[in-house]
Unconditional design. Structure first.
Ligand code: HEM
Length: 406
């Protein structure tokens, strides 16, 4: 494997607390913005820990987006079947850009305003379930993660992609297995099963196109049979489940954890909910570090950056949560402070692959935080957040429960 990254530190770095990132990042940043590390698969990589260099790695097209000149021999970030290895040869990124153009009209802020009422009604029904669980076992904590934080994004992505609602749990279970970092054969089996499911769904949809994203894919392919030349349509459809779901779940869970771990934060928000919610959502996005990995790029050529030379083919891991806590960019970066003026975090990435679903994600987070605190004004955490642990066996990380009481 061609690489110049010296094998040194092992990721993921140890972390004591779900609400804070590993202290190793700050120590490394004092040393250099880009550091050689070893991944859990034993492969060499570079980890970017500073804001400016992270922004460059996101936007400089010499850092290829899941593309590699020799994908079979490329370094891997983990054993997961998604977000851990190249998705194809050099034409994959061009294909991604075309798919992005196709999907963009479905994600405009205007479209999201239209979807808001629907997301609100889904949220209300999840809150009804939380109330029912509370009434069934008075005095016992209720799991926000199970009944809302996890549930709502499943319902939303199911409708957006256009698979039957009854299949939602099955699809998400497959997506979970694909994201496991420690069982490569099972992760790959789950990826193959999800792709097969999507293949059959596409066959059914061909005769019955709807207003969903998979139907949009089929329309694009009908107009241009080469639209999915580098990677089949069903693989792209399968690839949308994870980014459209896991990312949102963890921000909901962490938002509730941040806001309730110090009730003064919730009180500050609810003193002017509509006026302050946007600031709160941005600070939740900046501070949340859901996983202990990062976003991947492969160098398309030798690149001088941050005092090091990254060789063609090297794996570069952008630790966006470390960049979001770079003191050169954010004052008192460790503090959760929704009143901060600078909100230019990198949680949605930056540049040509910046998150396509960010308007949707912001709308979901806004709806959930406001609805939860309006419905249950006395809600509080049932567990000490310092007892919670990030799951390093999942590339998306996250927590399994957020127990609430009121
Ligand atoms: C709070 C929730 C979310 C967060 C934090 C998030 C974060 C991100 C980030 C960091 C990227 C860039 C990845 C990179 O450059 O390597 C990205 C890309 C993407 N996200 Fe999101 N995302 C969220 C929600 C969503 C949702 C709800 C959807 C869709 C339903 C979505 C769809 C996508 C897609 C399709 C891309 C790839 C864009 C491209 O390659 O051009 N995301 N997201």
């Amino acid at each position: 494997m061609a690489s110049s990254a010296v094998e040194k530190l092992q990721i993921p770095f140890p972390r004591e607390d779900v609400l804070n990132i590993s202290p190793v990042y700050a120590k490394l940043r004092e040393r250099a913005p880009i550091i050689p590390v070893t991944t859990p698969t034993g492969d060499p990589a570079w980890v970017v820990v500073a804001y400016d260099e992270a922004k460059i790695a996101f936007s400089d097209r010499r850092f290829g987006y899941y593309t590699h000149h020799d994908p079979k021999n490329a370094a891997r970030m983990s054993d997961a079947a998604i977000h851990s290895h190249p998705m194809g040869g050099m034409d994959f990124e061009d294909q991604m850009v075309r798919m992005r153009k196709l999907l963009t009209p479905g994600f405009t802020p205007r479209r999201m305003t239209m979807l808001h009422e629907w997301v609100q009604s889904l949220t209300d029904s999840c809150l009804d379930d939380m109330q029912a669980a509370h009434d069934k076992n008075p005095g016992m904590p209720v799991d926000f993660h199970e009944l809302l934080g996890f549930r709502l994004p499943v319902l939303v992505i199911t409708a957006l992609l256009g698979f039957p609602i009854k299949d939602g749990d099955y699809i998400i279970a497959l997506s979970h297995r694909m994201g496991a970092t420690n069982n490569g054969s099972d992760a790959r089996a789950a990826a193959a099963e999800l792709t097969e499911y999507m293949r059959e769904l596409v066959v059914q949809k061909r005769d019955n196109l709807g207003q969903d994203l998979i139907s949009d894919f089929v329309r694009a392919q009908n107009e241009d049979p080469d639209f999915f030349a580098s990677r089949p349509l069903e693989s792209f459809a399968a690839g949308l489940v994870f980014p459209g779901h896991e990312t949102t779940v963890v921000r909901m869970d962490f938002g509730v954890l941040y806001l309730l771990s110090d009730p003064a934060r919730r009180d500050w928000l609810m003193a002017d909910p509509e006026g302050r919610i946007d600031q709160v959502v941005e600070e939740v996005l900046r501070t949340t570090s859901a996983h202990n990995y990062g976003l991947m790029r492969y160098a398309n050529e030798d690149i001088e950056i941050g005092g090091v030379t990254i060789r063609r083919g090297d794996l570069v891991i952008i630790a966006e949560s470390a960049a979001n806590r770079d003191p050169a960019m954010f004052e008192r970066p460790e503090e959760f402070d929704p009143t901060r003026k600078n909100t230019t975090h990198l949680s949605f990435g930056h540049g040509s692959h910046r998150c396509l679903g960010m308007s949707l994600a912001r709308m979901e987070l806004t709806t959930v935080f406001l609805s939860l605190f309006k419905r249950f004004p006395n809600v509080r955490l049932a567990d000490d957040p310092s007892e919670l642990r990030i799951d390093n066996t999942r590339v998306g990380g996250g927590v399994d429960h957020v127990m609430l009481t009121w």
